[in-house]
Design a protein around this ligand. Sequence first.
Ligand code: P53
Length: 479
Amino acid sequence: MSQFQQLPKDFLWGGAVAAHQVEGGWDQGGKGVSIADVLSGGSHGVDRVMTDGVQPGYSYPNHQGVEFYSRYKEDVALLAEMGFKCFRTSIAWTRIFPNGDEQEPNEAGLQFYDDLFDELLKHGIEPVITLSHFEMPYHLVKHYGGWLNRDVVDFFVRFSEVVIARYQHKVKYWMTFNEINNQRDWKYPLFGYCCSGVVFTDHEKPEQAMYQVMHHQFVASAKVVKLGHAINPDLHIGCMIAMVPIYPFSCHPDDVMYAQEAMRHRYVFSDVQMRGAWPTYAQLEWAKKGYQIDMAPEDAQTLRDGCADYIGLSYYMSNAVKADAEGDASGVADFKGSVPNPHVKATDWGWQIDPVGLRYALSALYERYQKPLFIVENGFGAYDKIGDSGIIEDDYRIDYLRAHIEEMKKAVFDDGVELMGYTPWGCIDCVSFTTGQYDKRYGFIYVNKHDDGSGDFSRAKKKSFSWYQQVIASNGEQL
Ligand code: P53
């Protein structure tokens, strides 16, 4: 077969999780309190509460996660059995710098990730590491005001330098900020809080505050890319965006133009991190709205010097917009005019299922930047039930992933996208980010733990486990 019909031999098949959603052990090994540790459990339609420190009377699902901190060897063995080439997780900043502003790192935290990476490498699995995945130290939120404060740039750079230097021979693939663009939805407190420790609606000019935070994170990301390459030129350091493509609801020119404008809510993040400068459309918006964004004189050069090597993206769904519609009917978009797409179905949580949207997203990003892409999240959150056969027959998940992999292959074979790998989200069931639920599941590996508190965290293989094993073994040929 020609190269146009086969994925590269070194294609990184794997799966993804984040430290705070799986580890637990929230107060072990000297770990400090992170923002995930002060988020209560919610459910579909019931928001998670951001409490002022850890308070009695709340349940905090991330305190236990799925006990990956103590069970990781068992989990890594299962990932290896599926044939994983890579495993994406994050480093909990609070294991390394419990408060965030210390001078010296916490050795017990560093040792935990040494042990985890050694275990992965022993099984031939490449770690793919996110530096910041919704888990900054709570101390930096409480005492510094989160990423609105420029001091946090230096704290993050110090943390990143410590871990990149320590793990440079174990970890080749890095990403700076997970789904950095979620905070563009500044009206939703949870998103700003998790991306940057700031509740934008508490500020007089919330959108200006958001742009200020973005600037600080872009500067931090650029500095980390530069210093990471100085530590070891072989490292691949990417950015990461939640790619929810926005379609025009119709071919009415106003809808098409409106969708193009709306897409800038995504692209502004990749534009700065991949091209090294704020785009004109953002600067024009600031001028029109009278926003002042504080920038240091050297920042322009810093951004230019720290363009990311690749784009990691999550893809779960697409959205549609109508120029003259009122309100936000889909609940996932941050602007007026978001409407349900009548041509696609949605999950139980209202996420619109659209495999073609993945190909569309990959092509659009590749045409825009001509840089490698890495699908670092994709998946189907569902209520799983044990069937008559005694296992979870998650054919709906297999169907979802199969359809997305088919479109991913078209992006590579037909559109020429340079794609590094594919790591579906929540390969081990874990705590949902948006709702804090256990019962919203993504995994190939089932975790026996439930929202009512029952369950012993034991692991079991779902039907999708052997399906994905065969997908990896055939390098995506047998779906
Ligand atoms: P849960 C919105 C759109 C796409 C992905 O989400 C999103 C979000 C929410 O910000 O988040 C990512 O668990 C995120 C993961 C998260 C995963 O999607 O709410 O990077 O941490 O768990 C799935 O179903």
